[in-house]
Write a protein that binds this ligand. Structure first.
Ligand code: PGA
Ligand code: ZN
Length: 429
């Protein structure tokens, strides 16, 4: 029954060399916990506001001192003395204190850092693993410890990799692994084969923001060809043990009612882009398409979702921005059968869980996700296990800020022992 004694905030750095917010919550019994928040690049317009200073004399205007001050001067005094276990109440105090509908006053980066640090401190206070504490108020309390299928982003393009391809992410989904660790092993074997293939082709081996390789591809299909080859060399059959996923992040190449695929010199209408995807699906074993259309192109989403085999996942990221009202609209209009869940798009743990609860009730699949700008904070690993959605998207199995999450999941799997379940994509089987 510990109470919050103090909250300290500071600027730290994310994986793209940008400042981000860190928070330390200290309890009266001196138990404490830190949280660092991530940051997106291909951000949706409907996301909660990430407060940046705009002071060009520091960090090219990207400093987060205002958010830090908001925590120490405005949030901390209100939360001092609150029982740390009261996550919902604490989140509501911050929501009310901000008073806006998009957290523009205090900053979603300020609020989320506190929300997560409070949760971690509460777990430590109870002396239980973070995933167990999260499970105690999860909307998915079926008692199962579900290790998620990793959606491994092996090839990076778009805004995350200097437009190596128009499509932002090429992911592999180990759909027939025996366990989470087995899925990671498969993913890494394919990643390493991919590296050898690129080396042979004399492609450059630099990594994009999410740890995938990012040579300038010839077109948007070449990455699939490379993945096919890498899977075969690693001893796996694409479409069998491995399926593919993309995040088109299509808002990023949409302007004036057209989708500009620069790699292929194409300007496509919504209907033409839909056909383009359907052709890709015929050629390659794609099981998941995230943001195939721009965030305001509801027609595109609705039509594609209607036309595809329901086993194929249409995922709304920028479309929903983890926002309850937008997800409600998506359920009503059948705009997608899955939603990407990013804590910093909405700004508190409580609201994120409400979004998951809503999706779950409507039998919409949900994927816990990182951001392209990340830190070594591995909170989403525990969160994914406790939320039970069975999928996590946290980049390639490379770069410390990505492996922090995968390694935490490996540790959780070990800790759980026989209790660990691996979801193995029943819906894609
Ligand atoms: P972001 O990219 O973090 O740059 O928004 C991730 C995504 O689009 O899923
Ligand atoms: Zn996305």
């Amino acid at each position: 029954m510990s109470k919050i004694k103090s909250i300290i905030a500071l600027e730290v750095l994310d994986s793209r060399a940008q400042p981000t917010v860190a928070v330390k919550v200290v309890l009266e019994n001196n138990i404490s916990a830190y949280a660092y928040v991530p940051s997106g690049a291909s951000t949706g317009s409907y996301e909660a506001v990430e407060l940046r200073d705009g002071d060009s004399s520091r960090y090219l205007g990207k400093g987060v001192k205002k958010a830090v001050l908001n925590i120490e001067e405005k949030i901390a005094p209100k939360l001092k003395g609150q029982l740390v276990k009261n996550q919902e109440k604490i989140d509501q105090i911050m929501i009310d204190l901000d008073g806006s509908d998009n957290k523009k006053n205090l900053g979603a980066n300020a609020i989320l850092a506190v929300s997560i640090a409070v949760c971690k401190a509460a777990a430590k206070d109870k002396n239980i693993p973070l995933y167990d504490h999260l499970l105690s108020f999860s909307p998915s309390k079926d008692g199962a410890y579900k290790l998620p299928v990793p959606m491994l982003n092996l090839l990076n393009g778009g805004r995350h990799a200097n437009w190596a391809s128009d499509i932002q992410e090429y992911m592999i989904l180990p759909v027939k692994a025996k366990s989470f660790s087995n899925a990671m092993q498969m993913g890494v074997e394919i990643y390493q084969q991919l590296k050898l293939i690129l080396k042979k082709k004399k492609y450059h081996l630099g990594l994009g923001d999410e740890g995938g390789f990012s040579p300038q591809f010839k077109d948007n299909s070449e990455p699939f060809e490379l993945l096919n080859k890498a899977c075969h060399l690693a001893g796996y059959t694409p479409g069998e043990q491995i399926k593919y996923g993309i995040d088109a992040a299509a808002s990023e190449f949409y302007s004036k009612n057209k989708y500009h695929l620069k790699k292929e010199n194409l300007k496509l209408s919504t209907q033409e882009l839909k056909k383009y995807y359907i052709n890709l699906i015929k050629k390659y074993p794609i099981a998941s398409l995230e943001d195939p259309f721009s965030e305001d192109d509801w027609t595109g989403f609705i039509d594609l979702n209607k036309e595809l085999d329901p086993k194929i996942q249409v995922v709304g990221d920028d479309l929903y921005a983890t926002n309850l009202n937008l997800i409600k609209k998506g359920i009503e209009e059948k705009a997608s059968n899955a939603v990407l869940i990013k804590l910093n798009q909405i700004g508190t743990l409580t609201e994120t869980m409400a979004a998951i609860k809503l999706a779950k009730k409507a039998q919409m699949k949900y994927i816990i996700s990182h951001r392209s700008g990340e830190t070594e904070d591995s909170f989403i690993a525990d969160f994914a296990v406790a939320m039970g959605g069975g999928q996590i998207k946290t980049g390639a199995p490379a770069r410390g800020e990505r492996t922090a999450k995968y390694n935490r999941l490996l540790v959780i799997e070990k800790e759980l022992g026989k209790k660990a379940q691996y979801s193995n994509f029943p819906f894609f089987a």
